[in-house]
Write a protein that binds this ligand. Structure first.
Ligand SMILES: [Zn+2]
Ligand SMILES: [Zn+2]
Length: 531
């Protein structure tokens, strides 16, 4: 049985700090799947990178008064990695294109191979040019109306509709650096025609698990005729094109990502059988993952291509109803929020509000509600339970076992809940909104059970029944320390330690077990989950 699993999250562009929208996208969600699979006993590898060679990096430098792209990339790269560490997104590998030894040569070899095989071809087509800046305009350097949906955006790919463009087909293209209207000039670049891979892509789309929104994009692009994609640009930022006659151009950064993934896959394969990846990304990165990368892998080696087994796609996360925007400063920076909100509270909130299948919107009021739910309901129940154990069982786990019809009913409900929770954590049914709702349900079932059974204490002969009811709730608390671990790793580990049970156990009914009789249980002096 191949128990190795590979999860990827799209590398972010180091042209700014991460905001809450990024956290609600791939990074924490991929970490939830990694923690779930690791608890299952799988060898789960979670990888990402920093997309150093995006044109948005030097453009940010130009807009910041002429800072070098390298400075921009290093500054924000550090900040992004620090946020990942703070929120507990524990990547096994972070690819750093500008710093990893052998990376550039690997990408160039891949590009050269595809050129040698005739998959990459020269074409002369118009490209916007800024006379004032004396610069060719592509991607971050240009903005205009999308030829498909009309939305105003940057070159090469449209965020709202997800479709690629060729820059010259944007309506009213203008230079994003100086704001001047661009003129179109002929430019010879290298292209990767996707049309040759239509049949193979169709077969791949049949197999891969992806949501209807992305499937619709793939099928519409096919219906319109799969385009040729420019894979080199006249620029001085990125990996130099190794092909003769094009040494002055740079490899299109999204095309560079295909060999980037391939290299990771080969390194995974070196340690055992290489698994098909589960890939986390936002819908705006859908075409790259569902069309461009698979076609590039198939061009390189149709029999040995790291094609994904599932795409976990998020829609946009909005801020108080509007799109997050770095340039308009309409954003909540992750590192700032993390200075006032714990990683657990933030994880619980964005996972419970994840833009899965539809856009959702961050509000500070809703974040405050999430914080209160953890502090008042989750921690409130645990505090009441552990205080009762301290008062009525001398602070030790009771010898009594959970029993009786009310316990059986609770156990049956939790049996169903953990089955659904496993589904919400698994690749096929992955849904963190559902997982968070189910965890809340576990806490609310236990809280209600605690209220109902607190009256046992008043019965003249009720000591045994009272302790049995406390044992039942301690079993639920032990289960929660395992079941909540993918969402709230910090709190789950604190709870496991309070109860004297191991952290990160398998998410199943086995975790529903009262800590061994006589285990010393202390009343927590600060919040377990809501701190
Ligand atoms: Zn569009
Ligand atoms: Zn200009």
């Amino acid at each position: 049985v191949n128990t190795s699993q590979w999860i990827t999250a799209t590398p972010p562009t180091p042209n700014g700090d991460l905001h809450i929208g990024h956290l609600a996208g791939p990074y924490i969600a991929g970490d939830v799947l990694r923690r779930f699979l690791a608890a299952e006993g799988a060898d789960a590898r979670y990888t990402t990178g920093l997309d150093d060679h995006q044109s948005y990096v030097p453009v940010r430098g130009l807009k910041d008064g002429g800072r070098k792209g390298e400075e921009v990339a290093d500054q924000y790269g550090k900040s992004i990695e620090s946020v990942w560490r703070q929120v507990g997104a524990d990547f096994d590998t972070v690819v750093r294109p500008r710093h990893d030894a052998g990376y550039t040569a690997y990408v160039q070899d891949f590009f050269q191979r595809l050129h040698n095989q005739g998959h990459i071809v020269a074409r002369t087509r118009p490209l916007p040019y800024c006379i004032g800046c004396e610069r060719w305009l592509y991607e971050a350097y240009v903005k205009g109306g999308c030829p498909y949906c009309g939305a105003v955006g940057n070159g090469n790919a449209c965020e709202p509709c997800g479709r690629p463009n060729d820059c010259a087909d944007l309506t009213d293209p203008e230079c994003t650096v100086c704001g001047q209207a661009a003129e179109l000039r002929d430019c010879e670049r290298l292209y990767f025609p996707l049309g040759r891979f239509e049949e193979q892509l169709l077969a791949f789309w049949q197999r891969v698990d992806m949501p209807p929104h992305l499937r619709a994009l793939c099928e519409r692009m096919r219906a319109d005729g799969l385009p040729d994609i420019a894979v080199s640009h006249p620029s001085d930022w990125g990996v130099p094109v190794p092909v003769d006659g094009f040494h002055h151009q740079r490899i299109y950064v999204w095309f560079e990502m295909a060999p980037g993934y391939l290299r990771e896959w080969e390194q995974t394969a070196a340690e055992g059988p290489a698994p098909a990846p589960v890939q986390f990304f936002g819908f705006d990165n859908g075409y790259f993952h569902a069309l461009l990368f698979p076609a590039a892998f198939l061009a390189d080696d149709p029999d040995n291509a790291p094609l994904a087994r599932a795409f976990v796609v998020n829609e946009f996360y909005r801020l108080e109803g509007l799109k997050f925007s770095t340039s308009r400063r309409h954003a909540i920076w992750a590192h700032e929020e993390l200075s006032r909100t714990s990683a657990d509270v933030l994880r619980y909130h964005v996972l419970g509000d994840r833009p899965n299948g539809r856009q959702t919107s961050f509000t500070t009021t809703a974040l405050a509600r999430s914080r209160a739910r953890l502090a008042e309901l989750w921690d409130g129940w645990l505090l009441q339970l552990l205080t009762a154990v301290a008062d009525d069982c001398d602070g030790f786990a009771p010898a009594q076992h959970p029993q009786g019809p009310a316990w059986e009913r609770l156990r049956d409900r939790l049996t169903r809940t953990v089955e659904e929770l496993r589904e919400a954590y698994s690749v096929a049914g992955f849904d963190t909104r559902r997982a968070v709702a189910l965890l809340d349900e576990v806490v609310s079932l236990a809280t209600d059970f605690g209220h109902v059974h607190s009256h046992e204490r008043l019965r003249p002969e009720g000591a045994t029944a009272h302790r049995s009811a406390l044992a039942a709730q301690l079993a639920v608390a032990a289960a929660l320390s395992a079941w909540a671990h993918p969402v709230l790793p910090g709190g789950a580990e604190r709870l496991a330690s309070l109860l004297g049970v191991p952290a990160g156990r398998r998410i199943d009914l086995d975790a529903l077990r009262t800590p061994a009789a006589g285990t010393r249980l202390v009343v927590p002096t600060e919040g377990v989950f809501g701190g």
